[in-house]
Design a protein around this ligand. Structure first.
Ligand SMILES: C[S@@+](CC[C@H](N)C(=O)[O-])C[C@H]1O[C@@H](n2cnc3c(N)ncnc32)[C@H](O)[C@@H]1O
Length: 230
C-alpha cells in the first residue's frame, strides 16, 4: 500500500496516511532500526517511524491537540524519566543532529536499552542518575537547556521540574510535564490532583501555557506545558 507523508503543523512531526488510516510519525535518523517494535515506512524522501500514542505520552499529547510544541528541530532537551528510550528515540528524530537530548533515567536495568540506543543516535546523551538531584549530573550537561521534559511518575513532580529548570535553564525556557495523578494520590479525584499540581507549579513562579488531558490514550494523565517567566 502506498504511504502518503505530510508535514504536521508542529515542526519535525509528520502524518503518514496509508489507505484510510492516519498515524503520527517522525523521520528516522537511523534508517532500518525499529526501537520498540514500531513500524518503519520507507518512502522516496527517507524512512519514517510510526509514533504510537499508546506508548508515548508526547505522541498522545500531539494527537489530543497540543498547540505549543517546545521540542523542535535543533532544541536542546533535558529528558527526565527516559526509561528504555521509547519517546526519547522520537525526540531524537525531531531535534535532529543540530539538537541534543540529555536523557536521565535512574534505574540501571531500564537504562540498559537507553545506553544501546545512544550508540546509534549520536544526539542522545544517556545519564543514569536521579532526577531529584540535578547537581549530581550537572557536570555532564554542557550549555543551557531549552526544554525540560519530565515523565518520572513521582509524588514531587512539580519540585523536580522546578529544580531542573533552575539548574539548567535561563529565562523563557520551556518545560513539559506528564502528570500521573495516581502516582501523586491514589484515591483523590484526578481533577483535584491536577489542580493541586498546577497550583504547585504556579507557586514556583512558572507560567502555565497549556494543559492537555491524555484520556483515553493514557488514563489519569495530563500533559502540562510551562514556561519560565522572563
Ligand atoms: C513512565 S516511565 C517513562 C516512559 C518514557 N518517558 C517514555 O515515554 O518512553 C517513568 C520512568 O521514570 C523513571 N524514574 C522515576 N523516578 C525517577 C527519578 N527520580 N529519576 C530518574 N528517573 C526516574 C522510572 O524508572 C521509569 O523508567
Amino acid at each position: 500500500m502506498i504511504a502518503k507523508v505530510e508535514k504536521h503543523r508542529l515542526p519535525g512531526v509528520f502524518t503518514i496516511k496509508t489507505g484510510d488510516r492516519s498515524s503520527l510519525a517522525t523521520r528516522s535518523l537511523v534508517p532500518g532500526a525499529s526501537v520498540y517494535g514500531e513500524k518503519l515506512i520507507e518512502t522516496e524522501d527517507g524512512e519514517y517511524r510510526l509514533w504510537m500514542p499508546r506508548r508515548s505520552k508526547l505522541a498522545a499529547s500531539i494527537l489530543k491537540g497540543l498547540k505549543e510544541m517546545p521540542i523542535q528541530p535543533g532544541s536542546r532537551v533535558l529528558y527526565l524519566g527516559a526509561a528504555s528510550g521509547t519517546t526519547v528515540s522520537h525526540v531524537s528524530d525531531v531535534v535532529g543532529l543540530h539538537g541534543i537530548i540529555y536523557a536521565v533515567e535512574f534505574s540501571p536495568r531500564v537504562a540498559r536499552k537507553l545506553l544501546q540506543l545512544s550508540e546509534t543516535r549520536t544526539n542522545v546523551f544517556p545519564i543514569v542518575s536521579d532526577a531529584r538531584h540535578p547537581t549530581r549530573y550537572s557536570p555532564l550537561v554542557a550549555g543551557s537547556i531549552d526544554v525540560v521534559y519530565q515523565d518520572v511518575a513521582q509524588m514531587d513532580q512539580a519540585r523536580i521540574l522546578f529544580d531542573n529548570l533552575s539548574a539548567f535553564c535561563s529565562d523563557r525556557a520551556w518545560g513539559m510535564i506528564a502528570i500521573k495523578a495516581r502516582s501523586i494520590d491514589s484515591t483523590a479525584d484526578v481533577k483535584v490532583v491536577y489542580k493541586k499540581e498546577i497550583s504547585a507549579l504556579e507557586n514556583y513562579g512558572l507560567e502555565i501555557v497549556e494543559m492537555v488531558d491524555l484520556e483515553p490514550l493514557e488514563k489519569d494523565h495530563m500533559m502540562v506545558v510551562i514556561r519560565v517567566k522572563g
